[in-house]
Design a protein around this ligand. Structure first.
Ligand SMILES: [Zn+2]
Length: 436
C-alpha cells in the first residue's frame, strides 16, 4: 500500500461516524423516485461542504458535484437517491410508503465517503483526471400513471433517472462510471466485483375495447373485453415454450380493469404487460409475440387494442472485474469474488442503460440481512455496508487516475459502446415515444 492509499483509508476511517450518521439519516427519511428532495438537499449540502461545485435539480432531484479543472479522463461515482415502495417495512415512511429496502442509502454513504477521501488535497494532487460525485434519482420502477404526470412536468424519459440524465446531457463529461449496490445475487463473500449480466425489460399498457351489452338480455350484441384479455393471456402462456433459455425471458401481466358491473358485458379492459429478457433483440421479439396475442384475441372476438409502450431498462452487458478494482479490494480486510460471464442477475436496473454507453465498473457488497425490497431488509454490519464500499470506490478511482491515468485511458480505449447519447435517445424515441 502506498502513501496515497494509506491516506484514502485513513481519511475515511477518521470520518467513519459522520458517514454512518448520514447513511442512517437518509435511511430514516426514505423518498420515492424523482421526489427525493430531502435526500438530495442533504447530499448537496455535504458535497458543498467539501468545497465542491454542486449542481442540483438535475432530472428534478439529481445532484452532481465535481472538480473539472484537471485534464484527463473523468470518473463519475454514482449513488442512487430513491427508496422502494414497501409499506410493511418497519422503517417505511408512513406517508409516502417507501423504505430503503434496496440499500440505496448505503450507496450514498459510500459515495460521500469516497468524496471525503478524494477531495483530500494530497490525494487529489495525485490524480490525472477529474472526478464527479453524482447522486441520481429514480432507479426503481415508475408506474404508468406517475410517468404520464412526470411527462407533463417536463421529464422527457420518465422511465428512470439515469435515462433522463443521459437525455439531458448530464453524463456528457463522464468517461468511466463507477456503480455499487448491496448484493443482488446470492454472494457469500463481502464483495462481488464486476457487473453480472442482467435482464432488461420493456412494458406496455394495453387497453382492450369491446362493446357493452346486457349480460342476460342480449349478450350476443356485446364484445367482451375480459374474454379478449383472458384469451390473450392464455396464448402468452402457451407461447412460453418458444422462449430460449439463454434469453432469460420473464413475462408478467397485471389486469388493472376488466369491466365495471357484473350484469354488463365488459367493454373495456386495461392490462399492463412486462417483458424481461437478456438482450434488446430478445425483449423486442418477445414483445412482438405478446402484441400478436392481443391482436389475435381481439380479432377473434371483434374488439380492438390500443397500446401505450412504456420504456423499461436496458440489460446489463456483462463486465468482468477490472484489475484496478481487484487490486484495490486486496487492501481492505475483506473477502471477495469476481464476476464470471455465466453469472446472471434476474432483477433489472437502469444501470443497464449506462452499460450501453460507458464502461461501468461495478461492485456489490454485503453487510445486510433479509430480502431486497422485503420488509425484513436491514443493515447488519455498518463497516461492510457503509465504510468499506467507500474505501473501495475511492481506491479504485485512485488506481484509475494515478500514473497519468494510464488505466482509465486504457479502459476507455478498449470500450466499445452500443450507443452514443444521440443514438440512445433515438432508440428510446423510436420504441417508446413515437408520437413526438
Ligand atoms: Zn436497488
Amino acid at each position: 500500500m502506498n502513501h496515497i492509499e494509506e491516506k484514502i483509508i485513513q481519511t475515511i476511517d477518521e470520518h467513519r461516524e459522520e458517514i454512518i450518521a448520514l447513511a442512517k439519516d437518509i435511511q430514516s427519511h426514505p423518498e420515492p423516485g424523482f421526489y427525493e428532495e430531502r435526500t438530495a438537499a442533504h447530499v448537496a449540502a455535504f458535497l458543498r461542504g467539501l468545497g465542491l461545485r454542486v449542481h442540483g435539480g438535475l432530472a428534478r432531484t439529481g445532484v452532481r458535484a465535481e472538480w473539472m479543472e484537471q485534464d484527463g479522463p473523468n470518473v463519475t461515482i454514482i449513488g442512487e437517491l430513491d427508496a422502494i415502495g414497501c409499506k410493511s417495512h418497519p422503517m417505511a415512511d408512513p406517508v409516502n410508503g417507501t423504505a430503503h429496502a434496496c440499500g440505496h442509502h448505503a450507496q450514498i454513504a459510500a459515495m460521500i465517503g469516497a468524496a471525503l477521501a478524494l477531495t483530500n488535497e494530497e490525494v487529489q494532487a495525485s490524480l490525472s483526471g477529474s472526478v464527479s460525485f453524482f447522486a441520481v434519482p429514480a432507479e426503481e420502477y415508475i408506474d404508468a400513471d406517475k410517468r404520464a404526470w412526470l411527462r407533463k412536468e417536463g421529464i422527457g424519459f420518465p422511465a428512470s433517472g439515469k435515462s433522463e440524465l443521459i437525455r439531458l446531457g448530464e453524463f456528457d463529461h463522464s468517461d468511466i462510471i463507477l456503480t455499487t449496490h448491496v448484493h443482488m445475487m446470492q454472494v457469500e463473500e463481502d464483495f462481488y466485483l464486476g457487473n453480472a449480466a442482467c435482464n432488461g425489460f420493456s412494458a406496455e399498457r394495453v387497453t382492450v375495447r369491446g362493446k357493452a351489452a346486457h349480460a342476460a338480455i342480449d349478450p350476443w350484441d356485446g364484445v367482451n373485453a375480459l374474454s379478449i384479455t383472458s384469451s390473450a393471456i392464455q396464448m402468452m402462456g402457451l407461447m412460453r415454450e418458444t422462449f430460449r433459455e439463454e434469453d432469460h425471458v420473464r413475462l408478467h401481466n397485471v389486469i388493472r380493469k376488466a369491466g365495471d358491473v357484473i350484469n354488463v358485458v365488459p367493454d373495456e379492459a386495461v392490462i399492463e404487460t412486462k417483458v424481461r429478457a437478456a438482450s434488446l433483440d430478445a425483449i423486442r421479439a418477445t414483445q412482438e409475440k405478446m402484441d400478436r396475442a392481443y391482436d389475435g384475441a381481439a380479432y377473434a372476438f371483434g374488439g380492438t387494442i390500443e397500446r401505450e409502450p412504456l420504456q423499461g431498462y436496458m440489460p446489463i452487458l456483462h463486465r468482468g472485474a477490472d484489475k484496478v478494482m481487484e487490486e484495490s479490494v486486496k487492501l481492505l480486510d475483506a473477502s471477495y469474488r469476481c464476476s464470471k460471464p455465466a453469472d446472471f442477475n434476474n432483477a433489472c436496473t437502469d444501470v443497464g442503460d449506462l452499460t450501453h454507453l460507458f464502461p461501468v465498473l461495478n461492485f456489490t457488497f454485503g453487510g445486510f440481512a433479509g430480502k431486497l425490497h422485503g420488509a425484513d431488509f436491514k443493515i447488519m454490519d455498518e463497516e461492510l455496508a457503509y465504510i468499506k464500499p467507500a474505501k473501495l470506490l475511492a481506491l479504485t478511482t485512485y488506481r484509475l487516475l494515478c500514473d497519468q491515468a494510464k488505466e482509465a485511458k486504457k479502459i476507455c480505449r478498449e470500450f466499445k459502446p452500443v450507443f452514443n447519447k444521440e443514438t440512445y435517445c433515438q432508440y428510446i424515441r423510436d420504441n417508446f415515444h413515437e408520437n413526438e
